[in-house]
Ligand binder design. Structure first.
Ligand code: GLN
Length: 484
């Protein structure tokens, strides 16, 4: 097949389904897309493609900057904003000939797990019922819900998302596709609109692990424009077609109350699958897992409250017109009141509170200590030392440590939007609690891969998650291929 044939089929699916699924919030002009695809056709015909993805259509989450398309972050405060730069990840893709199809729906600024908190309205899961009215469908997960929906509905070959606490992995699990969050710093964050900078990563949504690997090889580049970009190189993994000698840990603390039976079954079946390929599967303990969720919901809002202070109506995006005061703070207040949605306001309030002088020690500092405990738990079970922390190379757990961890990725399968809306018990805290399985890896900055593995009784997909030691992204991807 040629790039233009692939583009044509993507555009047909978009025309047929995007109206319902609301996956794309902005599409590139069809003429421009066709022009680019024909150029790529010619390069392939001449045997001179710009790389393995030359002419391949890829979607980009609305919080990743592109010069050619708006970057709304699904927020009214940025509804007319177009960035003067391309994110480094976008630039690298374009250098390899990738065609950017458009921008995808999300929870505003990445804050959410179901894509209901979007100024563009919710995105829908292509595997659920076709929405009749507003609440007919299922959630594609969040916050990268549009990216996942677009990939799962074959509207694009792959999509970029972002993952701060699970935002690529939860949507992958709910839509039955592959979701990869690299080690923190492995992909440049330049041009990824900041939510919680110490946790933010750009991530990948694809149909197959092999596709994620191709994108990984393009995007895993040091970038001097991101001060937290990783300079540590990876040793190639040596897997010879099976998993002999590979030790897989099953963290006992991930047997959380609330896991659905389909999720438990998938987890168990995946463990048996890895064992059948020669891996040694052992139980391990990560005793501080329970602290991850509260620590995250202090740290992420704290960083968000600081990062979102830049939206003042003066430098970027929306400015309130209903304010005739010349006092700057009144313009700020009017602009921010109009521009931010409820969930974003809640996070800003929460973050501002935990950073106040009289709560800083009891909340923010405590959360940082808990984060360190969660990180140490992982270092205590992995065979490889953490390249960021360990100076003693020899004395590590190499004998009884594990190479990879296998966990569930979500408590259950994709919820119906009606259930999210009707559940009177659904408080923000309940929504946050659904992130318990993805957040520990985010706090520790670890590479994490979600792979579809089975389905529930209603046919909705269920995923499992693989976690690797910091910097060991390739090992995670290589072992992940064995689960397909
Ligand atoms: N659900 C989490 C939150 O709302 C994670 C979101 C994300 O990874 N961007 O913060």
């Amino acid at each position: 097949t040629t790039p233009s044939a692939l583009l044509k089929s993507c555009l047909e699916r978009i025309a047929a389904r995007n109206g319902h699924l609301n996956a794309f919030t902005h599409l590139a002009s069809t003429d421009e897309l066709i022009r680019k695809a024909l150029l790529a056709d010619a390069r392939w015909a001449q045997g001179t493609p710009q790389g393995p993805l030359d002419g391949i259509p890829i979607a980009v989450k609305a919080n990743i900057c592109t010069k050619e398309h708006p970057t709304t972050c699904a927020s009214n405060i940025l509804k007319d904003f177009t960035s003067p730069i391309d994110a480094t990840a976008v630039r690298l893709l374009m250098q390899h000939g990738v065609i950017i199809l458009g921008k995808t729906n999300m929870d505003e600024f990445g804050m959410g797990s179901t894509n209901i908190h979007s100024a563009h309205g919710p995105a829908y899961n292509p595997l659920g019922p076709v929405p009749e009215g507003h609440l007919g469908g299922r959630s594609p997960g969040g916050s990268s819900g549009g990216s996942a929906s677009a990939v799962a509905a074959n509207m694009c070959f792959a999509a970029l998302g972002s993952d701060t606490g699970g935002s690529v992995r939860t949507p992958a699990a709910y839509t039955g596709i592959v979701g990869f969050k690299p080690s923190y710093g492995r992909f440049s964050r330049r041009g990824l609109v900041a939510y919680a900078s110490s946790l933010d990563t750009i991530g990948l949504l694809t149909k197959k692990v092999a596709d994620a690997k191709i994108l990984y090889d393009i995007l895993a580049q040091y970038d001097e424009k991101d001060s937290t970009c990783l300079q540590i190189n990876e040793e190639p993994t040596v897997l010879h077609g099976d998993l002999n000698g590979v030790r897989v840990g099953i963290p006992q603390e991930y047997f959380m109350t609330g896991l659905s039976s389909a999720v438990l079954q998938a987890w168990n079946a995946a463990a048996q699958h890895l064992a059948s390929r020669g891996a040694t599967v052992v139980p391990v303990s990560l005793p501080n897992t329970k602290h991850a969720l509260p620590a995250y919901y202090v740290i992420a809002p704290a960083e968000a409250s600081s990062n979102l202070a830049r939206y003042d109506g003066i430098r970027y995006g929306h400015q309130s017109e209903r304010c005739d005061s010349t006092l700057k703070h009144e313009l700020y207040t009017a602009t921010r009141t109009e521009g931010f949605g409820t969930e974003v306001k809640r996070r800003i309030m929460l973050g501002t509170f935990v950073l106040q002088a009289n709560s800083y020690t009891s909340y923010f500092l405590q959360a940082q200590k808990l984060r360190r405990l969660v990180q140490s738990d992982f270092d205590n079970v992995f065979a490889k030392p953490n390249p960021l922390r360990s100076t003693d190379s020899g004395s590590h757990n190499s004998a009884n440590g594990v190479d990879i961890l296998l966990t569930p990725s979500a408590m259950g399968s994709a919820p119906l939007l009606a259930d999210i809306a009707n559940d009177t018990g659904e408080t923000p805290v309940n929504e946050y609690a659904d992130d318990a399985l993805t957040i520990p890896a985010s706090l520790a900055g670890l590479p994490a891969l979600v792979i579809p593995y089975g389905q529930d009784t209603e046919g909705m997909p269920v995923g499992v998650q693989l976690l690797g030691q910091y910097g060991n992204d390739r090992a995670v991807l290589d072992i992940g291929k064995m689960l397909e």
